[in-house]
Every structure is written in C-alpha cells, then in structure tokens.
Write a protein of this length. Structure first.
Length: 87
C-alpha cells in the first residue's frame, strides 16, 4: 500500500511539472496572439492574485484640530442665526 502511494505521488509530481511547463509555453503564445489581435484576448493567461490593497480611510484628527473645527462651526452658525434675525 505504501508503495502505491509513493508511485502515485511521483506521478502527481510529474504531472504538476508538465502543467507548469505547458503554462510557461502558453504565456508567450497568448502574448503574441494579443499583440496580433491588437487588443485583449480571451486566451490571455489569468493574472496571479496579488495581496489585497491596503484600505484607505480618513486620517484621524487631533483633539486640538477637533476643538478648532468646533469653534469655527460655532462661529459660523452664530453668524447664520444673527443674519436670519435681521432678515
């Protein structure tokens, strides 16, 4: 039984090697076909997945920045209320 497993594993390794060889041979052919057709081709080799991009988020504000924004907005709304009373 162990001998059969060893033989099967060797055969699988050979097949994996052959698949790799075929994929390496296919890539230049697909690139040439794409160049000849002048655009993308359905025969193009799929790109290898890459690591996901880092998420972009808002930058945090310091306590001083939040306080300054708060004071600006209070002045803004006070001015708006004052203008509304005059109108």
């Amino acid at each position: 039984m162990a001998n059969i497993k060893k033989i099967l594993n060797e055969e699988i390794a050979k097949l994996d090697s052959q698949i790799g060889d075929l994929q390496r041979k296919r890539e230049p052919l697909a690139n040439a076909l794409e160049a000849l057709s002048g655009g993308t081709s359905s025969a193009k080799v799929p790109a290898k997945p890459t690591a996901p991009a880092a998420k972009k988020g808002r930058k945090g504000r310091t306590a001083a920045q939040r306080k300054a924004q708060s004071l600006k907005m209070k002045a803004y709304w006070a001015k708006k209320r004052k203008a509304a009373k005059k109108a």
